[in-house]
Design a protein around this ligand. Sequence first.
Ligand code: UTP
Length: 293
Amino acid sequence: MFKPIRKAVFPVGGLGTRFLPATKAMPKEMLPVVDKPLIEYAVDEAKAAGIEEFIFVTGRGKAAIEDHFDLSLELEAQMLDKGKNREAVISHSAFKPGQVAFTRQQQALGLGHAVWCARNLVGNEPFAVLLADDLIKSHVPCLAQMSNHYQNVGGNIIAVEEVSPEHTDRYGIIEPGNWDRNLVEVEGIIEKPSPEVAPSNIAVIGRYILLPEVFDFLDSQTVGIGGEIQLTDSLSSMVGTFPFHGFRFDGQRFDCGDKVGFQEANIAFSLDRSDMKEPMRELIGKYSSERNA
Ligand code: UTP
């Protein structure tokens, strides 16, 4: 039996340049898919996996995230006055007092640096990392699937999926060892390799269960590809010393850090909503027939 995963880190300190100008004054993680911000999907997923403590690594211009998860007493009172009880409940804070912590990454130096900023809040226990811009639609939430497997194998577990071989330079890519159903031993991991040198087309997706020893490697603050402190580089140093698995999750991932992926997520999630399904189908039909005309 391994220690349960109680803490989750949400790195939200990135600049979100691919969504400019929308992200000039608004965090990318607050972009809504249908009517819920990306970050709230990630928090809901963490809650469903039994996470008890929620650690946000924010940055300048990210105050909206803190406000979003705070109480909004005036809004709630107004909703209740108007008899909008459902809306009042939706507006309520997602957290109990003391369950949430915010720390600031003063400079967006990379994902590895963002995770390292959470080291004192995480302490000496295994923890989860969720990147809100990877939105995963699944029957059992992705992190819960991973936590279940963690109880059997321990160590680092990272979500993986196959990507087009020509897109390996957009992802961390693993060198796979033996597969045991949906778990694969990680024998190597490299950030954004070109297709010519990529060890596979199995990419790392933004869900991780990590041992606290990762902080010892992040301490070196080594700058990697793109001039950023990459999480992948520290994970690479752990291969062979610590148990390390990739996990092929059940579900569909939407890359909401990318404009097309974000629009696809909005279509998929709205088609799943009973109040939107029919009008969305009509709209999609209308635009596809206009394009084909
Ligand atoms: P991305 O690689 O998508 O970078 O980060 P980004 O800055 O958000 O967006 P682009 O590429 O400029 O459009 C993936 C996740 O890691 C966080 C981001 O907030 C996002 O949730 N991140 C990235 C940090 O917290 N700090 C960093 O220094 C970099």
